[in-house]
Ligand binder design. Structure first.
Ligand code: ADP
Ligand code: MG
Length: 690
């Protein structure tokens, strides 16, 4: 352990504890704990010039000060300067405050003026003694309860004084020059203690070169860390599982369709990865309906024909169950055993499945999160497939990989071979996110839909016209078609959502006596869900009332109609996923989006986008435009340390140079790379090694 630096609070002290809450463990962390904003205490504003709602500092004489009891107890001071009068009020105060507010004394106050009942006033202004005015803007730091701004400022001050002037900058000077970035020391001095000449607006909106230097370094550290993680993984050994053309060829032989060119290409990419002795880390991206499942099945078979295990994890039971059915139908004729694991499974079935996996009798498994639970052991696991990967957190995805024997840690020195990993998603990743959060993955893209798909006809219909929609539904179903009726999303309450779905189901049964109406939702038991889905697949149910459980992956080609109620409540990606449930067979399909008015501008923009576009990439781009990248699916839950200062939208320009320099440093200056990683990630770097 390194000794506590001079002037730094002792380990275990109260102050050290407070700092730790801010992830500050030493002066170096403090130096990059940068202000949220600044207050200008370098100037005094005459009372008459105060602007309402703007923070300002005044120097005033105390005319009187008293405790007022109505409408509630408060301390009220009447103040004035040469230009006008001002009232200050404190609703919570200590007696010490009152003692400072003696009539006749001159004080400084910092606060926002507003128009009160008795004229201009400041509520809870900050009181300052009259001393020489500071020369720099006052930084306001993110802090935690019990740690004052002034204590933080003092600590920062000490840390800045301790900076050695002759320590070389970590970034190459010519690189900084080219990008117009100042040195690190100059940048943080400027951000912590900006001099009066500094462009305040550029500081506030973080476009000042000092900010850019910091944001660049942060992105650089992220790139370094991702590259290192990637390299570390490449250095691990994995099993070499070449395509033997036994099971895979047999499956291709009896498939009812031929692979698309895109599928053939992606299958070859994955097959080649599996045949190299370093762990595959691949993301398979393909729009809804592009046929990712068969690609996964072929990869799993390649593993099985080498005598090893593969597991496929899906985010919902309905989806896992459907994968199980589909894979069973494909694999059973080949004599390949497949088990399935889900949370609500009967104990005995579960134990039987566990035993088969444990003793290696069974090579392939499909399931939900249940796959990563404790008793599950896949001693010969060589491939982990995660479907709809954005629905899982990083840790869950890794937990599956670690189910193999001897993979309880992810050290490079780990003895056993590391399983290959295939992640699948229908949600295309915008370039900035691909470069930051997914930079350590190889990506395969299915950019082609299977032939014969009919485009889905999308209609926007006002909710008042629901009876007409029901009427059309009746005709379509009497003609042999099948339909989904998707109930509104009620984010606040699952119970309410369930209730709505049940009511809709009852109402549709009454309205459509000649049809069979089924109901499916997340709270049903596994075998109930299975029974309902099976009946729908078999055509025994005409209309399936569903909550959003069918959002991902469900595949019933004969269903060619979908009605989505309160479509205005859904996100764009969700609408695209839902709509992707139809248009899977030969019949022309329709998706009716019922919406209730009035529409918010965002809801209107979303409905317009889903109406106009059918391609997942375009829709994702629209989504990004409407919502901004911060909200983008997957980015939040990715589990990587979030960027503190850089913003993927405004600082996108810094990404390319950051990546360029990262590669350069890793190749020619690994110790500099180490120093940067230590500065920016410190203890958190381990997360990225995953
Ligand atoms: P997604 O990429 O959304 O997971 P699926 O794997 O569920 O798509 O495939 C959608 C449907 O298309 C399934 O019914 C699947 O069997 C079928 N399918 C997949 N590939 C082809 C193909 N090459 N030709 C025809 N149908 C295909
Ligand atoms: Mg799928």
């Amino acid at each position: 352990m390194s000794p506590t630096p001079r002037g730094w609070p002792k380990a275990g002290s109260r102050l050290a504890g407070l700092l730790a809450r801010l992830d500050i463990y030493g002066p170096a962390d403090l130096l990059i704990h940068l202000p949220l904003r600044y207050e200008d205490e370098t100037r005094l504003t005459p009372v008459a010039d105060l602007c309402l709602g703007e923070p300002a500092q005044v120097e005033v004489d105390i005319v009187s000060c008293e405790i007022v009891l109505h409408p509630r107890r408060q301390l009220v001071a009447c103040l004035c300067d040469a230009s006008g009068k001002l009232v200050a009020r404190w609703l919570n105060f200590y007696p010490s405050l009152q003692r400072q507010l003696v009539a006749g004394r001159r004080i400084r106050l910092f606060g926002e003026a507003r128009m009160g009942f008795f004229g201009l006033e400041m509520v809870h202004p900050r009181l300052q003694p009259v001393t020489p005015l500071p020369q720099a803007l006052t930084p306001v730091y993110p802090t935690t309860l019990g740690l004052s701004q002034s204590a933080l400022r003092q600590l920062v001050n000490t840390a800045l004084n301790g900076l050695s002037a002759d320590a070389p900058d970590l970034l190459p000077a010519n690189f900084c020059q080219r990008l117009g970035l100042p040195g690190f020391n100059a940048a943080i001095r400027c951000l912590h203690q900006p001099t009066p000449e500094v462009d305040t607006a550029a500081l506030e909106d973080r476009s000042h070169p000092a900010w850019l230097r910091i944001k660049f370094e942060e992105l650089l550290a992220q790139q370094l860390s991702l590259r290192r993680a990637y390299n570390a993984r490449r250095a691990q050994t994995a099993l070499n599982l070449p395509p033997r053309g036994v099971l895979t060829a047999a499956l291709l032989d009896h498939l009812p369709f031929r692979l698309t060119a895109a599928q053939t290409r992606v299958v070859a990419e994955i097959a080649a990865d599996l045949a190299t002795p370093c762990p595959m880390q691949r993301l398979l991206q393909g729009d809804v309906g592009s046929g990712k499942t068969i690609v996964a099945a072929l990869a799993m078979l390649q593993v099985a024909e080498n005598g090893w295990q593969a597991a496929l994890m899906a985010p919902t039971e309905i989806l896992a169950e459907q994968h199980y059915r589909k894979l069973s139908a494909w694999l059973e004729p080949l004599g390949v055993k497949l088990v399935w694991l889900a949370g609500s499974q009967r104990k005995r079935a579960r134990e039987a499945a566990l035993a088969l996996l444990q003793n290696g009798d069974c090579l392939l498994a499909v399931g939900t999160h249940a796959l990563i639970e404790d008793p599950v052991a896949l001693p010969r696991l060589a491939l982990a497939v995660v479907d709809e990967q954005h629905r899982f957190g990083v840790r869950q995805r890794l937990a599956l990989r670690e189910k193999g024997a001897g993979h309880s840690t992810n050290d490079a020195q780990d003895s056993g071979p590391c399983p290959h990993m295939l992640m699948m998603s229908a949600t295309p990743i915008p370039r900035t996110l691909a470069m930051t959060h997914y930079a350590d993955l190889d990506v395969s893209v299915l950019d082609e839909l299977p032939p014969g798909r009919q485009p889905v006809h999308t209609r926007l219909v006002a909710a008042e016209r629901r009876p007409e929609v029901i009427d059309r539904l009746r005709h379509a179903c009497v003609d042999g078609r099948q339909a989904y009726w998707v109930c509104p999303l009620i984010e606040e309450s699952e119970v309410l959502q369930l209730q709505t779905a049940t009511e809709t189901w009852q109402a549709l049964q009454v309205a459509l006596p000649e049809l069979r109406v089924g109901l499916i939702h997340g709270r049903l038991k596994t075998d109930e869900k299975t029974a309902v889905m099976a009946a729908f697949v078999a055509g025994e149910i005409h209309v399936l009332v569903a909550t959003t459980v069918i959002e991902v992956g469900v595949d019933v080609p004969n269903a060619s109609l979908m009605v989505i109620e309160h479509a205005e409540r859904f996100g764009l990606a969700q609408l695209h996923q839902l709509r992707g449930r139809v248009g899977r067979g030969a019949a022309a399909s329709t998706c009716v989006l019922l919406f209730a008015q009035p529409l918010s501008p965002i809801a209107r923009a979303r409905l317009k986008a889903i109406f106009e576009h059918s391609d997942g990439f375009t829709i994702a781009r629209e989504d990004l435009r409407i919502r901004g990248p911060g909200e983008f699916v997957g980015a939040r839950q990715s589990g990587l340390p979030l960027l503190r200062y850089a913003d993927l939208e405004t600082d996108a320009d810094l990404l390319d140079p950051a990546r360029e320099l990262a590669n350069e440093l890793l190749a020619s200056a690994p110790t500099v790379a180490d120093a940067l990683l230590k500065r920016w990630l410190g203890e958190r770097e381990g997360l990225l090694r995953a």
